[in-house]
Design a protein around this ligand. Structure first.
Ligand code: G3P
Ligand code: CA
Length: 333
């Protein structure tokens, strides 16, 4: 919706990427709650649909990487191969399970270098459960805890009769989130569904931008534009007609060379701000393998750089580190 005004804060927002995913298995209520306790402003559920149309928090609709489904003999015959966004994927898929079946599964840590000690403890949450948590923690902490849901594979879910957008908006609106200044951002790597969402709600929308490839909806439509094309000032102006901000890969703001050395920042933040778009880059992580060598194994140096460049928020696996740096910068006044 052109011209809608959204709540801006006097400081960048800290978005807990998949929860406190550096410390707990991603997309669990325990992970979201820890992120809130560590100071997150928003918690980020990626959303896919179950067979019976319930929105659950998973980054992939193939769920064996983050749950124990592969160890459940009762679900062995659900293993299958599908084409998702043009790629063949083999495994177990959320859309082949009812919510009752999903609730029997237990989450596990996806990344082998992170703690495996919480595997088997937590279930897969639904969007209403995540909203309930955000509201409860807002009351307990006296802070406003926002939610930042992402529609995953929207074209694919449309194609199997499990459209994500209508139930998402129904749940948000029924929970009192319906205004441009409510503590919600809805995000997508596709473009068409954000334009649809813009017609369905006044809630703020974020156009995610990858550093490679193109939005799958554009690929299906035969539109030649890539994500790289979408960060041009002219395309950013088009995005501003339906969205309120962009979520770029952080390397679109601070690129690296072929050796991983930092290059000069691009004009993306300035260009986006020039057309009224917020900028929320992803994903900030503490581990050395995710840090450019120029940060000398100090993840705080990366946050410092991006906060000084003027981001309006960022997605982090380690809310505690981001909050510490932000508090230090604000303390300098
Ligand atoms: O949604 C933005 C951020 O989460 C990065 O994307 O792939 O982790 O969902 P992804
Ligand atoms: Ca996401």
């Amino acid at each position: 919706m052109v011209g809608k005004t959204i709540a801006t804060t006097s400081r960048p927002i800290i978005i807990a990427h998949r929860g406190a995913s550096g410390w707990r298995p991603e997309h669990t209520l325990a992970g979201y709650e820890l992120a809130i306790d560590l100071g997150a402003d928003f918690i980020e559920p990626d959303l896919v649909s179950t067979q019976d149309g319930v929105l659950i928090a998973r980054h992939e609709n193939e769920i064996s990487g983050t749950t124990d489904v592969a160890d459940r003999p009762e679900f062995a015959n659900r293993k299958t191969a599908k084409i998702i966004d043009g790629e063949t994927v083999t495994g177990w898929f959320a859309e082949d399970f009812t919510i009752s079946e999903i609730k029997t599964l237990r989450a596990k840590e996806r990344l082998p270098f992170r703690s495996q000690s919480f595997n088997g403890l937590f279930s897969v949450p639904t969007l209403p459960e995540i909203i309930d948590l955000a509201k409860r923690k807002s009351g307990e902490t006296g802070r406003t805890i926002g939610i930042y849901p992402e529609t995953k594979h929207p074209t694919y879910f449309d194609s199997i009769g499990l459209s994500l957008e209508e139930p998402l908006i129904e749940i948000l609106h029924n929970n009192g989130y319906n205004k441009a200044d409510d503590p919600v951002f809805i995000q997508s790597f596709e473009t068409t569904n954000l334009q649809q969402l813009d017609r369905l709600t006044d809630l703020p929308l974020i156009q995610l931008l990858s550093n490679t490839g193109k939005p799958y909806d554009l690929a299906v439509a035969g539109d030649p534009r890539t994500y790289q094309d979408l960060i041009s000032p002219a395309e950013l102006a088009k995005i501003a007609a339906y969205a309120d901000g962009i979520g770029p890969d952080k390397r679109a703001i601070v690129p690296v060379d072929e050796h991983g050395r930092l290059l000069s920042p691009t004009s993306l933040i300035i260009d986006a701000h020039a057309v009224g778009l917020l900028v929320h880059p992803y994903t900030f992580r503490n581990e050395a393998q995710f840090l450019a060598p120029d940060y000398h194994n100090n993840p705080e140096a990366e946050y410092e750089q991006f906060f000084h460049l003027g981001v309006d928020g960022l997605f982090t696996d380690f809310t505690d580190t981001a909050v510490r740096v932000l508090q230090r910068i604000r303390g300098r006044g």
